[in-house]
Structure formats: structure tokens, C-alpha cells
Design a protein around this ligand. Sequence first.
Ligand code: ADE
Length: 254
Amino acid sequence: MRIHILTLFPSMFNGPLSESMLKRAQDKGIIEIHLHNIRDYAHDRHGTADDYPYGGSPGMLMKPEPIFEATEAVQELIRRGRGQEAVFSASVILLSPQGRLFSQSLAQDLATRDDIILICGHYEGVDDRVREHLVTDEISIGDYVLTGGELAAMVIVDSVGRLIPGVLGSQESVLDDSIASGLLQYPQYTRPAVYRDWAVPDILLSGNHKEIAQWRIQQSLMKTLKHRPDLLPRATLTEEAQRLLEAIRADSET
Ligand code: ADE
């Protein structure tokens, strides 16, 4: 998979892309991440990428020309590498707080693509013609406002990257993901079995795999019910999980 990131601040990506999982994935050739500086496509020698909004309002907007031309240059690179068809299938995603909310299922969808283009907005936003005539999707990572789309792009690259086969040590850890199953993760512990008088639950030391599996489902359900009850209606529960959930609910009513 190739991820193309269009940004005014390419050096912000140095740390996150050169450590840990994303570094390994790039070293193994599973993911290519290409950074493109939007300022390189500015029309003046000062590299101006922003301007005042028409109609007057506070702050500056990103100008359309550098964003269109940077994106078209990247599309041309994709076309040269893989042909015309590839360009039409490459999503052009604008990161902004106005976009649809990012989620695990959106990450799973993006992980199936060969090329994605991420455009990091900045200042008070981007000229709306970018939205109207260039991007195929607009994504927000949450209902809060960041200073720019760079951190949002890093979140997306990280969560999409770890879903690509071969990036994590074992695909099992992806299958076991809390949110992927629709529930929050059950508690996990490692050695020592007792730390500062706090003991690991006995069941996990019992060696009884059937009971451990049931305890984990029960814990996931209880945690989800407490912290994210909104996830439950969309979760796919086995018959056993459904039964356990009913028992937990009945228990809490008494
Ligand atoms: N840019 C600024 N805020 C953002 C957000 N919440 N998500 C994506 N991009 C952003």
C-alpha cells in the first residue's frame, strides 16, 4: 500500500513514521509513505499557501492552487506507476473537523486500497473548491479541533497500517482487537502475579481455557456496558455472549 501525505509541515511526520511498527512496515516494503510539501506547489517565490477569506472573517484559508496541483502531481505519479485505472481508484481524503467520523470500519476499508492520498488542512480551513471538486472523502478523527490535519493523518496511517497483513507480528492481535469485535477489550495482565498486594485474577492462573474465555467475554461486556453502552447494539454477539449480557443486566437490576 502507498500512502501519499500532502502537508505544509512534512517534518512533523519524522518521529511517528520512523519508529516502531510504521518503520518496520516501511522497511519490509509493506507500506510506502510519501510526503509531499504543498508549499512546493505555490505560485509565488515566497511559497504562499494561504490567503484571506472572501467576505471577511478571522484567520487565513489554504489557497486552492497548491492543493489541486500537488494532488494532481501525486495522481500523475500513481498513473505512471500503475496506469490510468489506479488514479480513479485512489481516494483523495481531506482531513478536517467537518468530515465524517473516523472509525475502525473505515480503517478496515482504507486498508484494502493500493493508494490513498491524505490532504492535511491548516489555518482556518481550505478553500471550499477543494471539497467541491477534488476530494473524494473528508474525514475527522473526533469532535474537537486540531491546529491542522497532520496529527489526524498520523492517526489514520497508524490505524490503517497495523491492519495490513504482515505489519503486526501476528494477525491474531488484529482479530482480537476490542473495537473490531464491537466490544471493549477485557483486562489483561502479565507477570508478576502479585504487585504491591494487587493480585492477578485467579481465573487467569487456573489453566482452564474454557472458563478464561468466558470470563473474558463477561469482562468485555461489563466494560462496554459501563463505558460505551452505545457500542452494544452494533456489536455482533455470539449466543453465549448474548446470554452473558442478559445475566449481567439482570444482575445489575437486583
Ligand atoms: N483538522 C483539525 N481538526 C481535525 C480533526 N478533528 N480531524 C481531522 N482533521 C482535523
